[in-house]
Design a protein around this ligand. Sequence first.
Ligand SMILES: *[C@@H]1O[C@H](CO)[C@@H](O)[C@H](O)[C@H]1NC(C)=O
Ligand SMILES: *[C@@H]1O[C@H](CO)[C@@H](O)[C@H](O)[C@H]1NC(C)=O
Ligand SMILES: *[C@@H]1O[C@H](CO)[C@@H](O)[C@H](O)[C@H]1NC(C)=O
Ligand SMILES: *[C@@H]1O[C@H](CO)[C@@H](O)[C@H](O)[C@H]1NC(C)=O
Ligand SMILES: *[C@@H]1O[C@H](CO)[C@@H](O)[C@H](O)[C@H]1NC(C)=O
Ligand SMILES: *[C@@H]1O[C@H](CO)[C@@H](O)[C@H](O)[C@H]1NC(C)=O
Length: 505
Amino acid sequence: MNTRFYFNIPKDRNNFYLAALGCLVVFFGIYLIFSVLFSSNDNDFDDDNVTILKHTHAFIHSAYYYQKSETLGDNAIALVMSINKLTAENILDMNIKLLATNETLDRFPVKASLTSEHRFNGSCEYVTVLAQANTIENMGRLEIQGGNRVIDKLLFKKPLETSPSKVVFCVAPQLGAENWQEFLRQVHVAKRYGAHLHIYVISMVEKYFRLMKEYESLGYISLEPWLTVKYSHVRERVDEPNKNIEILQRTSAFTDCILNYKEAAEFVGSIEMEDLLFPIGSTSYYEEFEKQYDGSYLYSALTYARQTLLIPQTAEDSISVSSLFETVLAGDVSSYGRSFVRTSNYNSTWLHWSRNSDLIPREIQGNVTYLQHKQVEGCRIFNFKKADIGNDTRTEVIMDDKILAEIEEELKSHLELPQIKKLMAHLPRNKLYSPIFERCFETLTSSVSPQETVCMDMYSCELPRREDVPCIHSDGLYSSMIPMRPITYHYSSEHFFSRNIGCNV
Ligand SMILES: *[C@@H]1O[C@H](CO)[C@@H](O)[C@H](O)[C@H]1NC(C)=O
Ligand SMILES: *[C@@H]1O[C@H](CO)[C@@H](O)[C@H](O)[C@H]1NC(C)=O
Ligand SMILES: *[C@@H]1O[C@H](CO)[C@@H](O)[C@H](O)[C@H]1NC(C)=O
Ligand SMILES: *[C@@H]1O[C@H](CO)[C@@H](O)[C@H](O)[C@H]1NC(C)=O
Ligand SMILES: *[C@@H]1O[C@H](CO)[C@@H](O)[C@H](O)[C@H]1NC(C)=O
Ligand SMILES: *[C@@H]1O[C@H](CO)[C@@H](O)[C@H](O)[C@H]1NC(C)=O
């Protein structure tokens, strides 16, 4: 007797088939009831027309709730999401249906409007979309509504109330990062001119991470685990999202950074780790930016051109800031540089500046004018690239030797701190991942234009896994909401760093 069967197979085969059919009908019935209850026909938008669109997925990177905000209004919420552009393009003039709850109001309906900084003709499938709304006082719960029944809770956090500094530089997500020399130069230049670094990390070499942790405990930087997009549960087959999303997710990370510091910092800059900005003629970044804005209400952002400086092969691994300037060959200047913005003028950003902010009309003395980003003359962002320059050097770059020496002095004194000195011996001497990225990024940087970047997805640069070079990687508790139409939402509660993933995506 096989005890695995719950009922005996009837002797009469016809009865058996009938019973089997009966079971099938019952199961199908249950399936139907369930699929009606939790069906993908539940519309999370306020426009019925949207149901004609394809079913897509959105990953919520972050959600903020501002109890008080001068520029966003009271009880504002802002959600940073990545959505497939084919859907995103069609929904921008519609609203997401949300439900807000506080101690006196239960599930108060709120409509969130959507904006994107992307053009929808770029080559990455996913674009960053910002959802904004004003909700109720002392909101304790926020939910997404689909149809009349399906409701899912959203996690949100409060933006920072204070910042270590009036100027914050958001550093683009680090992936397979190992160039700790670059970090030391950046952190000490930023410190000299009064900027706090907020660094997004996808993955990096563990020893380098330990070094950053030391600087974090000194209060110079903040580390933010930045998660790759994952769908923990999907009903149908979907394309791997990271194959269709920009490799560093910079637009989402920079937008998140602006929203996080919106109430806390005066200026926020969006930079790469290797971008060094020397505010020539000013003692601090704050002074430099105020000087450049010159009280004008018509500038949305200051954009600084980015100049490549070619340095001898050997100089790149030097920690020294001043030695970088000793033998340089001035390279190309790209006017699509980096932006530094007044947080009050910006809600979101594209890679180089906010296209949306430039479209905001302002009325001044009866004339309607538009905000514009200002291309700063004079100061440039330096971006060092190693090259075979022989003895062909041109130090046309005007750098104040006294200031360089000061920065150098600070750097040296930090390297003498016992906890940092101990780490120095273990930092990687050879570059493992950078040459791979260099080749990959050549395509990316050469195609940077005001239109759009070429999509290099998260899988473009396959990194070798090395047991002897452990990496830390961002991770989280990924969750998926109930399937809805047109969008099913995914998010992560808790973000942390893990040693178990390696450097690859
Ligand atoms: C749906 O689309 C049609 C045609 O584009 C339009 O006439 C109609 O007003 C739309 N309905 C709603 C509710 O927006
Ligand atoms: C809940 O929100 C409503 C609308 O903003 C507000 O009038 C009410 O005071 C809030 N309740 C609490 C307990 O804050
Ligand atoms: C930022 O959001 C607020 C609130 O929705 C809006 O009034 C303002 O115009 C937005 N600013 C920009 C630059 O988009
Ligand atoms: C702006 O408005 C003022 C007064 O209304 C007018 O004198 C001036 O010519 C206008 N400026 C421009 C650029 O139109
Ligand atoms: C560069 O070096 C080569 C050989 O080392 C020498 O012949 C040449 O004169 C040098 N050029 C300059 C500009 O110093
Ligand atoms: C994308 O569209 C914009 C205008 O919306 C246009 O200026 C740009 O050239 C287009 N880019 C590509 C790659 O087609």
